[in-house]
Design a protein around this ligand. Structure first.
Ligand code: PHE
Length: 473
């Protein structure tokens, strides 16, 4: 790109954009259900510790590398890595990973838009039929919704950093907070809601196993949008007067607060609208919760507030999830777009078009992995399980490579870019950081136990996913 690098216009714009990336489907549905099933308050406490003790320092590493290099992740690894071939490879990983994650996230966002439109057009009862999700994912209407999602993402990203990403975040994030609070208040006033709150929050330390700890840490890592080059890219759009540690803390707090608050909406809703709920039936997968379980729960509400009332509540819920998904999708797609703009010195619009076409093709393959195409549905099999094209993308990029990317950025800042440069970069714009306890903690952890933990997660995931064995017994 010729000319000055694009920048966020304000600190709050940057924080909202980064929080918009972080707050996603994982916060709204994955976290609450995971917490409820895995020890309630005990899980919550452990999750919060992981967010602040392990993920926040990684976020600082990513943001400061981006801001220092003023480049996309590929350029950042190249410039700060002194052109070494190994670090260039790490740079490639951190742009291919978000591109591939965008593929599957796009498919889920398409479904959410489809469900939102169905609810708004009066079809909540149809969605509540458990067979509907299977039929929906095989119907050709998903291609129309794909066009809708592509159009919205294109409109936001063609506006650039300030007029596109920042403006969208400033509009969508406050709307999201407002809708979430409105739903929480509504749900908490329903009969039997407290049973859900109890189920969600009462600490049960006996549920915490090694597997749960691994799961909580991975969830925290993904939830903060780490390992995808996003915070490197967004960091490259802030200036040296910005307070990186302070902003990162706010992003982590917002992300955790939204995840926690979402639990106060989802679990009481489940128990109140459908008192016969058997906790064992709650699926941990966000996807099956959103698309098969929750529509049924919303429909049960018609007994008290009528069909239209139930549709309004469901509509607000799907709109909320849709906003969360769009800001995440925008952030993740911005990474390869920024890389193409920087590396090939081309403008935003052609970069968007070229990568957009590639994304649409791969997203079609992903969308056709649920029965439309036999080829993509039964793509391959490993570790005794049949895998569709969509499954493979999730397994390889979302589950496996993210912790590896986290490991690499930690090693990179401490041993290649060097600790004193990293510290000096964090001090810039943050006068209170120097000498603080937080600085000492970050300084000590990023080169030592944090990469070790991320490496263990990576190795365990490889063992579980591809060889069917777990390191944790
Ligand atoms: N942080 C997101 C979530 O919790 C994950 C994500 C971010 C996925 C960006 C895609 C893109 O859902």
């Amino acid at each position: 790109m010729s000319g000055a690098r694009e920048q966020f216009g304000s600190r709050i714009g940057f924080i909202l954009a980064a929080a918009g990336s972080a707050v996603g489907i994982g916060n709204l549905v994955g976290f609450p259900v995971g917490a409820a099933k895995n020890g309630g308050g005990a899980f919550l406490l452990m999750y919060a510790i992981f967010v602040f003790a392990i993920c926040l320092p990684v976020m600082l590493a990513e943001m400061s590398v981006g801001r220092k290099a003023r480049k996309d992740p590929l350029g950042a690894y190249r410039i700060l890595g002194g052109n070494s071939a190994g670090w260039k490879l790490a740079g490639w990983l951190s742009i291919v990973t978000p591109f591939m994650i965008a593929v599957f996230y796009m498919v889920i966002t398409i479904w959410i838009l489809g469900y939102l439109i169905e609810v708004v057009t009066g079809n909540l009862d149809v969605l509540a039929n458990p067979a509907m999700f299977g039929e929906f994912t095989q119907s050709s209407s998903i291609f129309a919704y794909m066009a809708g999602v592509v159009g919205i993402v294109y409109l936001i990203l063609q506006g650039g950093v300030k007029e596109g990403i920042e403006k969208a975040a400033k509009l969508l994030m406050p709307s999201l907070f407002f809708m979430l609070l409105a739903l929480v208040i509504f749900v908490l006033f329903q009969d039997n809601a407290m049973a859900g709150v109890r189920f969600y929050l009462i600490p049960d330390f006996s549920k915490i196993t090694a597997e749960v700890i691994n799961g909580a840490l991975s969830q925290a890592f993904f939830s903060l949008s780490l390992g995808m080059g996003i915070m490197i890219t967004y960091g490259s759009y802030i200036d040296n007067r910005a307070d990186v540690p302070g902003s990162a803390k706010l992003v982590a707090i917002t992300d955790t607060a939204v995840a926690f608050t979402a639990g106060l909406m989802i679990l009481p809703a489940i128990f109140s609208f459908n008192p016969q709920t058997n906790p064992a039936d709650l699926s941990e997968s966000s996807v099956s919760m959103i698309f098969t379980f929750l529509p049924k729960i919303f429909l049960a509400l018609q007994a008290s507030i009528g069909y239209v009332g139930a549709s309004v509540v469901a509509g607000i819920f799907f709109l909320l999830v849709f906003f969360a998904a769009i800001t995440s999708l925008v952030s993740i797609f911005e990474v390869p777009v920024a890389a193409l703009m920087d590396e090939k010195d081309i403008n935003r619009k052609p970069a968007l078009v070229v990568l957009g076409i590639l994304l649409i093709i791969l997203a079609c393959f992903g969308a056709m992995s649920f029965g439309i195409s036999e080829f993509f549905t039964s793509f391959t099999s490993y570790a005794g399980a049949n895998k569709s094209f969509f499954d493979i993308v999730i397994d390889i990029f979302y589950e496996t490579i993210l912790p590896l990317n986290g490991f690499l950025i930690c090693i990179f800042v401490i041993y290649r870019w060097k600790k004193h440069n990293f510290n000096a970069a964090l001090d810039e714009g943050a006068p209170n950081y120097k000498g603080s306890f937080f600085e000492k903690y970050v300084d000590m952890s990023v080169g030592t136990f944090i990469p070790v933990i991320l490496l263990v997660i990576f190795v365990n995931t490889v063992a579980v996913k591809y060889f069917g064995v777990s390191l944790f017994g």
